[in-house]
Write a protein that binds this ligand. Sequence first.
Ligand SMILES: [Ca+2]
Length: 332
Amino acid sequence: MTVSRSTSLALAAAAALIGGQAVAARPLPAAMQSPAQRMAAIQQQASQQHAAAQAAGTADNTAPVLTRFSLVGDVNAQSVNPKEDLDVTMSDEMSGLTTYIINLKGPSGQMVQRVETMYGQMKVDGRISIGAQLLGTPSFSRFSEPGTWQVDSVFLSDGNFNMKMYWPEDIAPLGGRTSFAVKNTKGYDITPPTLTSGSVETPKLSLSTPPAGTPTGTLPYASVKLGTADTGNGAVAGVLEAIVEFCLANQFADCVDTIELHGHVGQVGQDSATFRALAQLRSDQTPGVYQILNVFVIDSAQNNVLLQSDKLGGGDDLSKYFPGGITLKVSK
Ligand SMILES: [Ca+2]
């Protein structure tokens, strides 16, 4: 089981990935990755592109630079769309900035992130905001942990795939403010949700049998029913989403095909929720006996749990949660 609320653990995993040691043989679907894992994937891609660009002998060999970084003000988690402002200067003199990622870290390791991609911009110089909900997730919310937050890292890359990661010790010498307070008087949630039960509602599906009441040719839906629970720290964010990934494994336990089911909970703040995760099969879905590979459950405050099947290299016995079985047979 991987419980993700610790940035340092996730960053250690990211560092291992960047260092060329595979963290997991099989990459997780993007939606199951922590911010640090997504960042590591971006870095890894940039690194490969950089190597290709170097081999091609193109001209820009210097990474973008961060020359100003100063956080402005504090965050009131109970305000409408809370965010933290940053005065920043980032530039690249030749091929221009293409990506910046700014990570802020809470007292217990929760991460708020801003990721931007652009083209041909030589300089970002001014005040930007981090953690606003309209800018994507993970963002601040009324469930954010109160206390002292600080900069975790800044990642920059340019049009020739040169990249640089700035860590707190690289940012401190710039002389700006690198920490700020999050105020939250109404409780917060840094506690991951749990899976309490599950059942595969469609253990056998035929690609040629449409769901009841639908026209001939309609592809069938895989369905898993999940029971989940969530707690918090004075407030409960409640389960937001679950993803169940099925794998058709070959004799080396590699997935030759997968089915990714998604389920959403409509209401924030519930301490338990039972719901379905669904996916319509593809017309070219490989027939065979699939089994559950991963179950990912995330709450509205981005705390999440990842269960990985011990049948396929993970550490979790999923049959404990799925007493009726973890398989789904797909036939033509
Ligand atoms: Ca929670």
